[in-house]
Write a protein that binds this ligand. Structure first.
Ligand code: ADP
Ligand code: MG
Length: 226
């Protein structure tokens, strides 16, 4: 269960303070899929960064499966994140000097929850699941935007995290690959994973347990369905 209570986040912009999140309350059930929709600049990435503990909120509480992120130190938080969260960043953040395979292996070697001898097979399997079996030895500069995006998705799943956060994960994908990724996400939710996706795309034809609408840092609606 993810529980945000009165979360606030402000940035110092060139034109003054930007209130990226204002008194945000949000509950996400364990094992549910949630989509956060909103225009560019509405605070979607900030909200994901607060849930992952990459960003700190100013006031308010973030409690995830009993862990109080707002009370944790940086080291404790980094360790917690490695075991609990898989993140697909909006700008992917692959390591340019590593092949696709090594990019997926990297978090496994770092966090060490997957046994060492199982890591390579797992990385190959994840890359196959996102349709990149033939390109695992390519480097990011040899891959298209959509392929890089799919490596980033495979990497987010590397440590088999219970919570997956994905920031515009299909933004660079054609319909076929986009469908493939949503099928993969659906199967993860069926396995009991908690999924939070951010998008500005039309998702009316997709299935989510919860749809959250953000506007200018304020949650307008949070509708739950089963
Ligand atoms: P979204 O992901 O919905 O496009 P963001 O969460 O990235 O929105 O940004 C929310 C608001 O906060 C925007 O007005 C954006 O310009 C501002 N913002 C985000 N990051 C920073 C930053 N590092 N410094 C200053 N302003 C920022
Ligand atoms: Mg964003």
């Amino acid at each position: 269960m993810i529980q945000l209570t009165k979360v606030n986040k402000t940035y110092q912009g060139l034109g003054g303070q930007v209130h990226a999140l204002i008194d945000t309350d949000l509950s996400i059930d364990q094992g549910a899929s949630t989509v956060i929709i909103g225009k560019s600049g509405s605070g979607k990435s900030t909200l994901l960064n607060i849930i992952s503990g990459i960003d700190r909120c100013e006031g308010g509480e973030v409690v995830i499966n009993g862990s109080k992120l707002h009370t944790m130190g940086e080291n404790e938080l980094a360790k917690w994140r490695g075991r609990n969260i898989g993140i697909v960043f909006q700008n992917f953040q692959l390591m340019p000097t590593l092949s696709a395979l090594d990019n997926v292996l990297f978090p496994m070697d770092l966090v060490q929850v997957i046994p060492a001898k199982a890591r390579k097979t797992r990385a190959q399997q994840l890359l196959s699941e996102v349709g990149l079996a033939a390109k695992m030895h390519k480097f990011p500069n040899e891959l298209s935007g959509g392929e890089i995006q799919r490596v980033a998705i495979a990497r987010a799943l590397a440590n088999d995290p219970p919570i997956i956060l994905a920031d515009e994960p299909t933004g660079n994908l054609d319909t076929q690959n986009s469908d493939r990724i949503y099928q993969l996400f659906e199967s993860l939710v069926q396995q009991g994973k908690t999924l939070v996706i951010v998008t500005h795309e039309n998702i009316s034809h997709r299935n989510f347990n919860q749809v959250v609408t953000l506007q200018d840092g304020i949650i307008l609606h949070a509708t739950q369905s089963l």
